[in-house]
Design a protein around this ligand. Structure first.
Ligand code: FRU
Length: 499
């Protein structure tokens, strides 16, 4: 297909722009193995999927500035989740039905070898009183992994497919999946008559003709308002409905204010289409995480990736940025003891470089350890209390220099973990701290910390929780230190990551 696909002027202009200006961004100005936009602005991951043996990752993309603007889809491919190769922008807002943007969506491989992409087309309508309103509808494009042709009968789902009282002003983010019988399902977020969100299920025999099936779950103004970016999959015998509530009010330390992401864990009856929610879990407890999406690998792993940013904190951009927004490291997710567990994709271990290990180091005063430093590392730190003298606080600093650091503080009495980037170079007075409860292990704690120049992803106690933070400080701030009020033993294993 490739060369024969008609490329609109709008898409052509974006491709020429990214080709020209993307090349001005040096490799050493980007994260090493986290995907950043080729140029300009990136938000949600889209179309994260396997196609012809390669992982495809599209993203919400505004190449022309480092701020959100009319949405295109950027595009990259990888064979190992860590080396990403840019492809030309895949789609642009070039039709009446998507003239205000090609919003988030998903992709999968059809039996005939074509790649099916489903996204939200947004256009703006003039109301009688002169105000405008957005109309959102689900659209399709079909491609060969490089070029995409929008479907002649777009949109394939619009306001007419919605139940009474549901609004096409907020109807977006279709996530496709294929069922065991070869037919297709799709979940999308939608605002209901009470002003809050829901996740709707649609089905299709061929991927092109769709119909509404049911409302899988609803917010009822209990978890934020509108629910964006849903995903729906089986995990370890449970059914997970993932979604992103907007305008959330913090619920203790489980959820924070603003844009959240949550796993709704429950069961699903495929014949009655009833999803029974049993419990909720925050997806990430850090500052910079939103809009996750999952895919299944050929060897059966459920892998999740998220936007390593959040709407309320993205005002804090480094001066002179040529790109803004990153994806998280892809994470394998599994289900254990009532929780969804996350761990870095195992491919990361193939790129472990020099290893430095320390066993049973007693820590009190701020301590540094020879060889333990770096901004592109995979490091596991285990804190062990001494039976004779329990400690009252453990703190470590990473990405630490003369002025900057990010701190991670554990208080065993309350079993809370607190990550602060108050001293991580931000030029904005916005929230820079997150705190969460972690499982009380009698003072023992394991942290696996992945640093990739401008971010820290902290996997707690084998991935029971993750806290994700970005910081844009000079790379010379690469120190790591440990400190304890009282005394504890630490075990540290650090690998440089060599990509
Ligand atoms: C989530 C989101 C989606 C929407 C996209 C627009 O971050 O608001 O609901 O499709 O971003 O860029």
């Amino acid at each position: 297909m490739g060369g024969r696909v008609m490329v609109s002027d709008i898409l052509q202009k974006a491709r020429e722009y990214e080709e020209k200006y993307g090349n001005y961004i040096r490799e050493d100005e980007r994260p090493v193995f986290h995907l950043s936009p080729r140029v300009g602005w990136m938000n949600d991951p889209n179309g994260f999927s396997l196609y012809k043996g390669e992982y495809h990752l599209f993203y919400q993309y505004h190449p022309y500035s480092t701020n959100w603007g009319p949405m295109h889809w950027g595009h990259a491919v990888s064979r190992d989740f860590l080396h990403w190769e840019y492809l030309p922008a895949a789609i642009g807002p070039d039709e009446d039905y998507d003239s205000a943007g090609c919003f988030s969506g998903s992709a999968l491989e059809l039996a005939d070898g074509r790649q099916l992409v489903m996204y939200t087309g947004v256009h703006s309508l003039l109301n009688e009183d002169g105000t405008r309103k957005d109309v959102q509808a689900q659209c399709i494009a079909v491609g060969d992994g490089h070029g995409y042709e929008k479907y002649v009968s777009n949109p394939v789902l619009d306001g007419r497919d919605l139940p009474e009282g549901f609004s096409s002003t907020d109807f977006r983010d279709p996530k496709l999946f294929q069922k065991a019988d070869g037919t297709f399902g799709c979940v999308a977020g939608c605002r209901t008559e009470d002003g809050s969100g829901s996740v709707l299920l649609f089905e299709s025999k061929d991927g092109f003709e769709w119909h509404f099936v049911t409302v899988l779950d609803r917010c009822y103004n209990e978890f934020g308002r509108m629910w964006e970016c849903p995903d729906f999959f089986e995990l370890g015998g449970r059914q997970i409905l993932m979604c992103c509530p907007q305008e959330m009010s913090a619920l203790g330390l489980e959820f924070h204010n603003g844009d959240c992401s949550m796993f709704l864990i429950g069961s699903y009856d495929e014949t009655t289409h009833v999803f029974e929610r049993e419990r909720v879990q925050a997806v990430d407890y850090g500052l910079d995480f939103y809009a996750p999406q999952t895919m299944l690998t050929a060897d059966g792993r459920r892998v999740m990736i998220g936007w390593m940013q959040n709407w309320d904190t993205c005002v804090a951009q480094p001066n002179g940025a040529k790109w803004f927004g990153q994806m998280t490291l892809p994470r394998e997710i599994s289900y254990r003891d009532g929780r969804v567990i996350q761990s870095p994709v195992r491919e990361l271990e193939n790129f472990h470089g020099r290893r430095v290990v320390y066993e049973d180091v007693p820590v009190q005063e701020e301590t540094t350890l020879r060889g333990i430093y770096g901004r592109v590392i995979d490091m596991t730190v285990t804190v062990k209390p001494l039976p004779s003298e329990p400690y009252s606080q453990f703190r470590m600093k990473v990405a630490s220099g003369s002025q900057h650091y990010t701190s991670v503080t554990y208080t065993p009495r309350t079993s809370t973990l607190r990550v602060s980037r108050d001293h991580s170079g931000s030029n904005r007075d916005i929230v820079h701290v997150r705190e969460c409860f972690v499982r009380d292990r009698g003072g023992e704690l394991t942290l696996r910390i992945i640093l990739d120049r401008y971010s820290a992803e902290i996997f707690v106690n084998g991935g029971e929780q993750v806290l994700t933070h970005t910081f844009y400080t000079p790379l010379s701030a690469d120190g790591i230190s440990f400190q304890c009020q009282g005394k504890a033993l630490i075990h540290v294993e650090k690998y440089d990551i060599v990509i």
